[in-house]
Design a protein around this ligand. Structure first.
Ligand code: BGC
Length: 744
């Protein structure tokens, strides 16, 4: 079996448990004990039942490492130093590697760290679709493309769960904006829901058996996701046969009866009146009064105990439980590997990069993202990193003492202290949030005045340095004031006057290299044409600065590719030009399935950098496309084998992500001009070539047919495209499918 198949193939029945053990335990539990198990009795844990050897279920965020430790009943850090952990690349960075094995190894690190910290559930990964460039949590998510998400989330979860820790896949579903996140009611057609927003969740259940899932805060078709009959019962339990634990988002439950009778298993929240949670005393009383059947609770307990059995948490199984570890040198090594593959070379005119280490006379790093660390922000993704290498540190470590590296801040960033507010509590309350926005805006305005002259001074210093220095690296972008949970950005512009800084630096030093560190797209129109080299890094973990330096200095050849489109302007983006985004009360996804490149490519909209784009210091040539189609080999499936030769025609080793798009030439519904259906990442020495093979099945050709309530492949012509990005198709071939296929 190819490693690729092992990572993404079917794993149904991976962890069958002894259901009789569940029934036996269940029969011994009192109603009060059951109630304790189905709601938080700490901010991050449920109650155990000591007399039966049932421990509490201990949870922690999150996606970029195990979150710092909080007191049981307040959002105060325990303030010890034993909760420092490895800081992993964010999901947006991981997705840019387009590397399944990397996802698996990253999962292994996260799982081991979570177990090492004594956790049972790690509240990750987040896989919501990047629908708009403005969503505050985009940095936590992977992509605008469901197939890329499917292919990476499966190995990621497998890696996590090998450590006897449950992944908690979040947020189910259509949680694509932070504005009004607790209430907003989302409307999209079923085809879009099934084709775009759900496939990652389904794949994680079918192929990785994610042990837990987190409901989303928002509503879908009027129902709160955390207690939705449609989502949790009809889809998750009945259709997808999911038997793991469903956990609410923190504060996502709104009604005792609805939650109790829904397929939610555990209610968690952000407040510490644990006994008053909807599924605590109010539920106990309702059951006692005969208003709610105890069987509703038993169903939840079964799912929780099943999850505990899968994690080796009960009885003698505990002896076999993986113990995990955190902060190991091996983890740091994996994190560095992942960071290296995540960084994307967007533009490299005149082969401006890499810099030749021995030819550097003087080097200036300009811009505060050069020295800043990001691990301690972002919302629930924040962590207390053991260390974090900034770009400036990484460059100095790589260059040593021979090169005098100068640094200028370039722009002013208000400090955290200046804006101190508890976003996690405030984000639950619109009034508080508005006040927060207003206050921070007022504060910023006031601050802005105070620092205006200082700002001019920083800019002048930077421009002077850029003039005097031969090699200049501008390190700019966003930070977790913008890439943050609980609020969306207002526009796609770079904050802190950075556009002006970049333009003024490029004016005096046209060779300056622009490095963007950000978690979501930013507008670059005003300077992108003038910059010779542009490099993009997401929040890439504790080794991010080292990886970046290695790429800038040519020690590592970049191989990251964009897992999302970088549009030119916000207005171009389909969530804004066709759909609604960032509204209170209700949002409608009028753009339907035309999300990201599905829209841009279908409408020929000019973009800054297309989906799948990423350059290398070497060149790759595509040839010999061979497509064979076999409709008879399997009863109800088809096999389309795609082969092509990829050659490294440059003079250094490198890796290329070969992307396979499928275009349905004639369909009875409106479909995007093409859709990503497969990919492979090939490593090649200079002059070497390899044959890549990608196999597609029927599930790469269909669309969701609402009338037939299933996916449908219509007979007819399909074009198979081999591409280096969604806008750089190198080879293509038409195939004809003769039969109709249906699948779910
Ligand atoms: C977030 C979740 C997170 C939870 C616990 C919520 O505000 O939406 O993603 O896991 O808090 O911190």
């Amino acid at each position: 079996m190819l490693l690729r198949d092992k990572l993404t193939g079917e794993t149904k029945d991976m962890k069958k448990v002894d259901e009789a053990r569940i029934e036996e335990l269940l029969s011994q539990l009192t109603l009060e004990e059951k109630i304790g198990m189905i709601h938080g009795e700490g901010l991050f844990q449920t109650a155990g039942v000591a007399r039966l050897g049932i421990p509490p279920l201990k949870m922690s965020d999150g996606p970029m490492g195990v979150r710092k430790e909080f007191a049981l009943d307040s959002w105060v850090n325990t303030s010890t130093t034993d909760d420092k952990v490895s800081y992993l690349p964010s999901n947006s960075a991981l997705a840019s590697t387009w590397n399944r094995e990397m996802a698996y190894k990253t999962g292994q690190v996260l799982g081991a760290e979570a177990r090492g910290r004594g956790k049972d559930v790690i509240l990750a990964p987040g896989i919501n679709i990047k629908r708009s460039p403005l969503c505050g949590r985009n940095f936590e998510y992977m992509s605008e493309d469901p197939r890329l998400i499917e292919e990476l989330v499966v190995p990621l979860i497998k890696g996590i769960q090998e450590n006897d820790v449950a992944a908690c896949l979040k947020h189910f579903v259509a949680n694509n904006q932070e504005t009004d996140r607790l209430e907003v009611d989302t409307y999209l057609d079923e085809r879009t829901l099934r084709e775009i927003y759900m496939p990652g969740f389904k794949a994680a259940i079918d192929k990785a058996e994610t042990h837990s899932i987190m409901g989303a805060y928002n509503r879908l078709y009027g129902e709160y996701c955390c207690q939705s009959k449609y989502l949790l019962t009809t889809i998750l339990r009945d259709e997808w046969a999911y038997d793991g634990a469903v956990i609410s988002d923190w504060g996502g439950v709104h009604d005792t009866k609805e939650a109790a009778e829904s397929d939610l298993d555990i209610e968690m929240s952000v407040v510490s009146n644990f006994d008053e949670y909807y599924m605590a005393n109010p539920l106990l009383e309702a059951v006692r009064a005969g208003e709610i059947q105890e069987e509703c609770i038993d169903k939840k307990i079964r799912n929780i105990l099943r999850t505990m059995l899968r994690l080796n948490m009960l009885g003698d199984d505990r002896k076999n439980r993986v113990s995990g570890t955190y902060n190991s040198p091996e983890h740091q090594k994996e994190i560095l590997e992942c960071a290296r593959e995540s960084i994307i070379l967007l533009k490299n005119d005149d082969q401006r990069l890499p810099l030749q280490k021995d030819k550097i006379k003087s080097l200036a790093v300009i811009g505060q993202n050069g020295e800043r660390v990001h691990s301690n922000g972002g919302g629930s993704a924040e962590i207390k990193a053991l260390y974090e290498i900034s770009p400036l540190l990484g460059l100095k470590m790589e260059l040593g003492g021979a090169v005098d590296v100068k640094y200028a801040k370039g722009y002013y960033v208000p400090t955290k202290e200046e804006k101190k507010i508890n976003w996690q509590i405030d984000s639950l309350d619109k009034e508080q949030m508005d006040k927060y926005e207003e206050e921070s805006q007022d504060r910023l305005n006031q601050l802005q005045k105070e620092i205006e002259s200082k700002q001019e001074e920083l800019l002048a210093q930077a421009v002077l340095l850029a003039k005097e220095t031969e090699d200049v690296i501008l390190v700019v972008g966003l930070d977790h004031e913008y890439d943050v949970e609980g609020k969306d950005r207002k526009d796609m512009k770079l904050p802190y006057g950075q556009d002006r800084l970049i333009k003024e630096v490029l004016a005096v030093n046209p060779n300056a290299i622009v490095v963007l560190i950000a978690g979501s797209p930013v507008e670059m129109e005003s300077w992108a044409d003038d910059a010779k080299a542009i490099v993009w890094s997401y929040y890439a973990g504790m080794e991010g600065g080292r990886a970046l330096a290695e790429i800038l200095l040519g020690k590592v050849n970049p191989s990251g590719k964009l897992a999302e489109t970088l549009p030119r302007k916000l207005e171009d983006s389909p969530a804004h030009s066709l759909g609604e985004f960032g509204l209170y009360g209700k949002v409608t996804y009028n753009e339907g399935v035309f999300v990201g490149y599905r829209y841009f490519d279908s409408h020929n909209t000019d973009v800054q950098f297309p989906f799948g784009h990423g350059l290398s210091y070497t060149k790759f040539e595509y040839s010999n496309l061979m497509v064979s189609i076999d409709e008879s080999s399997m009863e109800d499936d088809l096999i389309v084998k795609i082969k092509a030769t990829i050659k490294n025609t440059g003079n250094q080793a490198g890796a290329e992500v070969v992307q396979v798009y499928v275009a349905d030439k004639e369909a009875s519904v409106s479909r995007p001009v093409h859709e990503l259906k497969g990919f492979d990442k090939v490593y090649l020495e200079p002059g070497h070539e390899k044959m890549v093979e990608v196999i597609l099945n029927k599930d790469s050709f269909g669309f969701f047919d609402e009338d037939g309530s299933s996916f449908l492949v219509e007979p007819g012509e399909f074009e198979i495209q081999l591409a280096s990005s969604s806008r750089d198709i190198r080879l293509k071939e038409l195939i004809k499918i003769d039969k109709e296929y249906r699948y779910s």
